[in-house]
Design a protein around this ligand. Structure first.
Ligand SMILES: NC(=O)c1ccc[n+]([C@@H]2O[C@H](COP(=O)([O-])OP(=O)(O)OC[C@H]3O[C@@H](n4cnc5c(N)ncnc54)[C@H](O)[C@@H]3O)[C@@H](O)[C@H]2O)c1
Length: 471
């Protein structure tokens, strides 16, 4: 095996939810390595560099990490070329959204950003690099990256490709990065590939136990990321499918999940019924797997995974319908408070958030909606609603939707409160005061199994929870 390169300078292309936290933690844990995170988006980089640390993404503990290393061995820049030229190792952490047009539209991953970043590496690198695919990509993308890099490289410039998918969960990203269940590194099983893998392993070994760093083949690594997300989302869709049966039979989904989770083969985690999963990854990665399966002429496999996404859509729409049905079959002109807009607690990320579907459905029923979220900026909410309802001008949406400054404000004069995100502060609201300020009968629809339904019923609320009989 060629002796592994000692990594002294890292460049990360893409300063988003993955590139930012991941490489900030590498800088914290490896003070001897210089880490530069680059992005084309000037305002994102400005926010990462802001004096008051108003970072572009909210993630508990992230600002402490950035405060400890920014300017020391952590830098944020829009100078992508310089970042590439100086680095020994480059993480490619750009976005890979679902394709909107062309072949595979609605399913396949759009690899345009990956390809552009790869071509840029090939064009500007003047020395050998280890190029690490950090973005989630379809199986065999590394092969395409390698072809592009090799076809465009200069003499004495070698590129070794690794796959190192990221398993952090938003909301707990810093904890996940500090104590990962595993770090997965895929490489070609050639002497050069194994050597590059050893270089990256040495970076993680600064804080991750060796037995948690798994070295596998490139394609296994790429597929593992899709498989992990598909199986996590499948668990949610499974418990959500059971929640529908609970509502129809009077069983209680929390009791069922608890008892099922006691089986050590199933385990207790990730069995919480809810209004549906969101986030930028689950749906996108499953659709990607569906597309892969279809391309491989495995229609039954594709149908199996597609159903996980369909169940999620069903759950969101089923919950909206339950709100309408419970409010005497009409919400026209009624005011509904939606608590939470982020796709989960402890993040400001709204991509594929269930709240967007709920609000869209309520607006279609000509209700008025008050929205409150502790972390999502108002401009983001308007942008998401506009994208979700393209046939309505923003001014029309703004006549129906009010963005509130607090949960209490949102609930004032409302007929119903819908809990869409499991923010801890919603658990701690003074529900008596909320009740007093609402129209009667006052309804609560708990889409996250967050509040104590019995306590709320004692106050006087009519409470409907996912996976339980009503009011
Ligand atoms: N968000 C998550 O929780 C998560 C978890 C694991 C994996 N992933 C995967 O990681 C990847 C990145 O996700 P994200 O949530 O960080 O996306 P993001 O949209 O937040 O960030 C991507 C960034 O890349 C930048 N970019 C795109 N092309 C560029 C280029 N050529 N040069 C410089 N910058 C460029 C964009 O401006 C953007 O800021 C995706 O493939 C995603 O599937 C995400």
């Amino acid at each position: 095996m060629a002796s592994p390169v000692e990594v002294k300078k890292i460049c990360c292309i893409g300063a988003g939810y993955v590139g930012g936290p991941t490489c900030a933690v590498i800088a914290l844990k490896c003070p001897h390595i210089q880490v530069t995170i680059v992005d084309l988006n000037q305002s994102r980089i400005d926010a990462w560099n802001s004096e008051d640390f108003s970072l572009p993404i909210y993630e508990p503990g992230l600002d402490d990490v950035v405060k400890a290393c920014r300017g020391r061995n952590l830098f944020f820049s829009t100078d992508v070329n310089k970042g590439i030229q100086e680095a020994d190792l480059i993480f490619v952490s750009v976005n890979t959204p679902t394709k909107k047009n062309g072949v595979g539209a609605g399913y396949a991953a759009d690899l345009n950003y990956i390809e552009l970043a790869t071509r840029q590496i090939a064009a500007v690198a003047t020395s050998s690099k280890i190029v690490v695919e950090k973005s989630t990509v379809p199986c065999r993308t590394a092969e395409s990256m390698r072809t592009i890099l090799e076809a465009n490289s200069k003499p004495n410039c070698r590129f070794d490709i690794l796959s190192n998918p990221e398993f952090l969960a938003e909301g707990t990203a810093i904890d996940d990065l500090f104590n990962p269940d595993r770090v997965l590194i895929g490489s070609l099983q050639t002497p050069e590939g194994i050597s590059a893998c050893a270089s990256l392993t040495a970076v993680y070994a600064n804080w991750v136990a060796k037995e948690r760093i798994l070295n596998v083949g490139l394609w296994s690594s790429e597929l593992t990321k899709l498989a992990a997300n598909a199986m996590l989302a499948q668990r949610i869709s499974s418990i959500n499918a059971l929640s529908a049966i609970c509502e129809a039979t009077g069983a209680n989904i929390d009791e069922v999940a608890h008892a099922v989770g006691y089986d050590s083969r199933v385990g207790p985690k990730f069995l919480k019924a809810s209004v549906g999963f969101g986030g930028s990854c689950f749906q996108k990665d499953i659709l990607n797997l569906v597309y892969l399966s279809e391309s491989l002429h495995l229609p039954e496999v594709a149908a199996y995974w597609r159903q996980v996404v369909e169940m999620n859509e069903y759950q969101k729409n089923r919950f909206s319908k339950r709100v309408v049905d419970t409010l005497f079959n009409t919400i026209t002109g009624k005011r509904i408070a939606v608590l939470g807009f982020a796709f989960k607690a402890d993040t400001g990320d709204t991509r594929e958030s269930a709240a967007i579907t709920l609000i869209k459905n309520f607006l279609n029923e000509t209700a008025y909606v008050n929205v409150y979220d502790p972390k999502v900026p108002h401009e983001q909410i308007w942008q998401d609603l506009q994208e979700a309802i393209p046939n309505k001008p923003l001014e029309t949406i703004q006549k129906q939707v009010t963005l509130s400054a607090s949960a209490m404000d949102a609930c004032l004069n409302a007929e119903a409160v819908v809990i869409a995100t499991e923010w801890k502060e919603f658990k701690e609201i003074d529900w008596q005061t909320v009740y007093d300020s609402m129209k009667k009968p006052a309804f609560v629809f708990d889409g996250r199994l967050l509040v104590d339904a019995d306590a709320l019923r004692k106050i006087g609320f009519k409470v409907t929870s996912i996976g339980r009989g009503g009011v």
